[in-house]
Design a protein around this ligand. Sequence first.
Ligand code: SRM
Ligand code: SF4
Length: 518
Amino acid sequence: MTDTATSTTASLNKFEKFKAEKDGLSVKAEIEKFASLGWEAMDETDRDHRLKWVGVFFRPVTPGKFMMRMRLPNGILTSDQMRVLAEVVQRYGDDGCADITTRQNIQLRGIRIEDLPDIFNKMHAVGLTSIQSGMDNIRNITGDPVAGLDGNELFDTRELVQQIQDMLTNKGQGNPEFTNLPRKFNIAITGGRDNSVHAEINDLAFIPAFKEGEFGFNIVVGGFFSAKRCEAAIPLNAWVPPADVVAVCRAIVEVFRDHGLRGNRQKARLMWLIDEWGLDKFRWEVENRLGKSFIPAAPKDEIDWEKRDHVGVYKQKQPGLNYVGLHIPVGRLYAGDMFEIARLASVYGSGEIRLTVEQNLIIPNIPDSRLVTFLAEPLLERFGINPGLLTRSLVSCTGAQFCNFALIETKNRALATIQALESELILTRPVRIHWTGCPNSCGQPQVADIGLMGTKTRKNGKTLEGVDIYMGGKVGKDAHLGTCVTKGIPCEDLPPVLKDLLIQHFGAKLKQEALVTH
Ligand code: SRM
Ligand code: SF4
């Protein structure tokens, strides 16, 4: 490591200090011990922080009931894997549930520390891992949710995403080379034409582009959201063929690991290093690691479609097969739902399940001959293929139910608000409304048509839950981030404000008005 990374212990923040004392990954060998000790007797730093290196999160809101964040490369899992996840949460009765996340991933809730050895064994048996999924590690790597199914795709991202995960995590066993990064790190690869992974909000993303007729990727770097600052990724002016992607990921993560800023955690994401060095020096350092120079970026990328949400029935490139995108309201699943989804994927499809960054789910490989019966399955009454135009695009972070950073409750409020608006309004197109419980922006309000960020606000001398409103986020072709347009609207006053925005900016009409004009 360099001077930047290893500044004196005195100047290290508390996270750097505890990482230097004991690597997070070392808790992997202590799971049996923690299970017999119980959560209350555990060392607090192991419990509250280091367990995140194996994907286990202490929840101060529900002490003793942990959250477990998986890694699902490219958002793909099998029915057998889904059944195991269902069994895990089923054990916890009312405390147990799961959430599809904004990184095409699943988080489990209600986990008890004494069950961890058994849970890890079960997961291992079906090839699942939760390793290095929290804290200063690389998050779930996202790829096109319809990779290998989409007749118009330019590149099937599945294998590359898996290879990158295997390299960074030592095939899910844990890789001490990458367990002490200065901060979290997000990677995405898109091989479709619609940027279905929000490439621009990742620390590192690969975007399809042709160079002299050859397929490869333009690289963008430094995208991130944080309470202090939000930035879209910027072009590195580098193009790589698919065969070089894994090596480039390694080189960039190594540069971040060894040179990233470790003093102030609010200034530790990759973009801050790029700012400090300038892009040219950053590129040069990466090339040095890589052992070769980058080919300059292709002049244009191939993101020329509007973003699809994949909800509904779609033909696959394989004749006679379909993929069906089911809408999962705010991504929340219970054990019964998960068993049923696994059954449907096995009976009607090929036993494969895919997740989207909109917190929805896709069942691929359903033959034409079975489609009608599939669509009549009772589960589709709740997880439909044709939800209302606001419900369809609703995204929400965890919020106050489980997250101690939350300034407001999100998921239930998001659903109730949207249902009320849909009962009053006629919409002609989907409007993407994203809720996030605090400025950390896990629910990505900056990519939404209307983004709602939790805050505390004052009304009549009282402190209330409120939101700051973001608008103008554009996804897919020409993606760009939205900005804050209004601050501190009390949640209790929000419905009429949203109604006005939908009428003024998104062509919505009041149902009563529409009746009169017809
Ligand atoms: Fe996040 C921290 C949930 C996607 C930015 N995020 C957290 C924690 C771990 C905080 C905590 O310990 O309670 C939340 C766990 C709550 C819980 O119990 O679920 C949490 N983040 C989530 C999820 C579950 C939101 C969701 O409902 O989908 C997403 C999990 C993704 C995954 O599978 O790995 C999630 N978080 C994001 C995203 C979106 C993305 O990646 O596209 C962002 C913004 C993009 C980014 O990171 O640049 C995001 N989360 C943060 C931040 C701010 C990071 C920063 O640099 O300051 C924090 C706080 C932190 O890291 O200090 C945070
Ligand atoms: Fe928690 Fe805030 Fe992230 Fe929502 S945005 S999950 S409230 S940290």
